[in-house]
Design a binder for this molecule. Structure first.
Ligand SMILES: [Zn+2]
Length: 212
């Protein structure tokens, strides 16, 4: 060798080169795994069903200041408190916890202090950048973040936690970064703006697989 470098110094240079190569590979992998999926267009709309049991009829409403496309569900028969809230479609739970604050509205104290935000809530990622949200649940969700769920699986029970006037289910469908009109059983709900108070009535076809 005529370079005059000590073997130790060459080793150090090689270690730096290897480190840079590993860093570059990690950066490329991060771009491939994180950035590329963000740029892909959303997939087709999943065949969402109403988030309530098969055969039940619910009123879907909105009111001024709610937010375009947001839907509040109230049963047309029976008490709202404690009714099962079901997954609209297969997916992975991404959030199961508290949004804002719970407040103190319970079946025993329905006019208790109002909370903030969504209260107990669940968010499900259905793939293809589609997501559903379920707010104001009565109790901690029955599912946890990271859990896979199937359509019709119970997520929780209807309540009035968070910023809620009366027991109901606040529900949303999202595509990519935006809220979109909710569709159920292959048809748009017609809840598209919050300029006035209006509602539609629908019957759930969120029935056990093979039972249709
Ligand atoms: Zn609402």
């Amino acid at each position: 060798m005529t370079t005059g470098q000590s073997p130790r110094r060459r080793d150090r240079r090689r270690a730096v080169r290897v480190g840079l190569a590993v860093g570059a590979a990690a950066a490329l992998l991060a771009v491939a795994v994180v950035v590329v999926p963000l740029l892909l267009p959303p997939g087709p709309r999943p065949p969402f069903q109403l988030p309530v049991p098969c055969g039940e009829t619910w009123r879907l409403g909105t009111y001024p200041g709610h937010d375009d496309y947001d839907v509040d569900l109230f049963p047309t028969a029976g008490e709202a408190w404690g009714r099962p809230v079901l997954a609209s479609h297969d997916g992975t739970v991404t959030v199961a916890g508290i949004n804002g604050s719970l407040g103190g509205r319970t079946p025993d104290n329905p006019k208790g202090p109002r909370g903030r935000g969504g209260g107990y809530w669940v968010k499900i990622d259905h793939g293809g950048k589609w997501e559903t949200q379920y707010l104001h649940l009565l109790e901690p969700p029955l599912v946890r973040a990271g859990q896979k769920v199937v359509r019709g699986e119970q997520l929780g029970r209807v309540g009035s936690t968070g910023n809620s006037g009366a027991p109901h289910l606040h529900y949303e469908q999202h595509r990519g970064w935006e809220k979109v009109e909710t569709w159920f059983d292959g048809s748009p709900s017609g809840i598209t703006q919050d300029d006035t108070e209006y509602s539609v009535t629908l019957t759930s076809n969120n029935c056990p697989a093979g039972g249709r």
